[in-house]
Design a protein around this ligand. Structure first.
Ligand SMILES: Nc1ncnc2c1ncn2[C@@H]1O[C@H](COP(=O)(O)OP(=O)(O)OP(=O)(O)O)[C@@H](O)[C@H]1O
Ligand SMILES: [Mg+2]
Length: 363
């Protein structure tokens, strides 16, 4: 559908359709009162926007926050609402291309890559501090203006908060090829581990972007059955320095920390990463990572403590069951001694072996 020419809520007119993207179309437009200042309007595809009240409320809450933010690394949201029952967002007109264009011919120097990562990280720091998660951080929503080479690139993050309204399972079902954005999903987002998605999920996605900029490759690539096998919870990516010899070991460590499977083991905040990158920029090449990191949210979940033996036994039983020697295993213990937690840990292993878990409760 092309709705060029219409004026939305008597406020702005759509002048020209620019692209048909994965989740919606982008139009060049202008406000009725300020014709000289072009803006961008994104109109979402109806069939992939969520109709669930919870999603719509979360989306509106996130947008109401992001629309008030004025940060040099965030594309400004000027307006949002509904037209013909379709969600739309009006953005500032930012000249430049998306990072995915840059990735098509990856020839960036380490210095330039660091500069791009710092700017994305500052944008994440700003939205996270305001309680918004990007959730779909990938090269398509990182915009770069390379025009002013003397000043370096200007990087701006687009679509913050928008992911709440995208029905990703519908999107997958309706898209022929697996969209690239799946490759940037954190393990908790893809369902590989059973954890809530929070700010640390964005840190993981940033790690994938960082890895790709440094090496030209993805740390883990999706395959057609990505829902179960996108990545192995215990598999580690190849060190970036092995693929690109100009990457120093300290950057290998930083990138791998971002790509940790368990959110607890990653950088907990954009601030923590910015601090370490700053040390790197100042010439420090050997230091303990995450010293200036801090958790944005209080979490009472720690790593699994002294249950390695039990976990190993459960994994062995599972391996034997796969070979046709199934059995029943009962786990007993006083209330609160960690039965449920032990089984949760086993989930990660089972998913990584491309198997399925069926759960039920007896009352
Ligand atoms: N080995 C462990 N290492 C780290 N944290 C643990 C461990 N065992 C339990 N915990 C934590 O202790 C709390 C209670 O554990 P859990 O809910 O698994 O106990 P439970 O035996 O299933 O209790 P209930 O009998 O009430 O169902 C949880 O917060 C869990 O994350
Ligand atoms: Mg329990």
């Amino acid at each position: 559908m092309d709705i060029t020419g219409i004026t939305i809520h008597t406020r702005f007119t759509l002048i020209k359709k620019l692209t048909d993207g994965l989740v919606g179309s982008i139009y060049l437009a202008h406000f009725v009162e300020k014709k000289e200042e072009p803006v961008m309007v994104k109109i979402f595809r109806d069939d992939i926007t969520s109709k669930r009240t919870g999603d719509i409320l979360r989306y509106r809450r996130a947008l109401s926050i992001v629309a008030k933010l004025n940060h040099p690394n965030l594309i400004r949201i000027l307006d949002y609402g509904e037209i013909f029952e379709l969600q739309y967002i009006v953005f500032e007109n930012f000249r430049g291309t998306s990072l995915s264009e840059i990735l098509k011919k990856p020839d960036c120097s380490i210095g330039r890559i660091i500069d791009i990562i710092i700017q994305i990280c500052r944008a994440l720091e700003c939205i996270h501090q305001n309680g918004v998660i990007q959730k779909d951080l990938n090269p398509e929503n990182v915009m770069i203006d390379t025009n002013d080479i003397s000043d370096g690139d200007t990087v701006k993050l687009a679509d913050s908060g928008v992911a709440h309204i995208i029905d990703f399972s519908e999107l997958m079902a309706k898209t022929k090829d697996i969209p690239d954005l799946i490759n940037y999903f954190s393990p908790e987002q893809s369902g590989l581990i059973k954890r809530h998605v929070d700010e640390r999920s964005d840190m993981y996605s940033l790690g994938v972007i960082f890895y790709r900029l440094l090496t030209g490759k993805l740390p883990f690539a999706a395959d057609e059955s990505f829902l179960f096998t996108r990545q192995n919870a215990e598999e580690r990516p190849e060190l970036p320095g092995r693929l690109n010899p100009s990457v120093p070991p300290i950057l290998d460590r930083i990138v791998l920390k971002l790509l940790e499977t368990e959110p607890e083991n990653r950088y907990q905040s954009a601030k923590g990463l910015l601090h370490d990158i700053d040390r790197y920029k100042n010439g420090d090449r050997e230091f303990k990572l995450g010293l200036n990191d801090e958790s944005i949210k209080l979490s009472y979940r720690t790593e699994l403590i002294s249950r390695n033996g039990e976990l190993m036994r459960l994994k062995n039983l599972f391996d034997r069951a796969r070979e046709g020697m199934g059995c029943v295993c009962l786990i007993s213990g006083e209330a609160g001694t960690g039965k449920t937690r032990l089984i949760e840990e086993l989930h990660d292993y089972i998913y990584s072996q491309k198997a399925v878990i069926i759960q039920g409760k007896c009352f």
